[in-house]
Design a protein around this ligand. Structure first.
Ligand SMILES: [Zn+2]
Length: 98
């Protein structure tokens, strides 16, 4: 089942781009000079600015800025939202999926 299919590259994975998000990160190491390594992160707040193809960046109509509108947008185009396998390798642009 596809969540989405990019009209430019055929990718089926979609990402949500947000601004004004507060992120809290666990610091797991701090080297001399101040280089830090980070562990888990949590996010709070934020405003969605767009939904876009995870491979090429093609974005859905900018009027779609929440997941309810995303659902309506996809279903109005006869795309039936479901689950997507994010562990699957990203399909390179313009290369057909085997
Ligand atoms: Zn794409």
């Amino acid at each position: 089942m596809n969540l989405f299919r990019c009209p430019d590259c055929g990718e089926t994975r979609l990402e949500e781009v947000m601004v004004n998000v507060t992120t809290a990160s666990t610091i797991t190491a701090l080297d001399e000079g101040g280089d830090a390594e980070y562990g888990s992160q949590s996010h709070e707040g934020g405003v969605t600015v767009r939904f876009q193809c995870i491979n090429c960046g093609w974005s859905i109509n900018s009027d779609v800025d929440n997941t309810e509108e995303l659902f309506d947008y996809l279903t109005s185009r006869e795309i039936h939202p479901g689950h997507v396998d994010y562990e699957r390798p990203i399909v390179p642009k313009n290369v057909p999926e085997i």
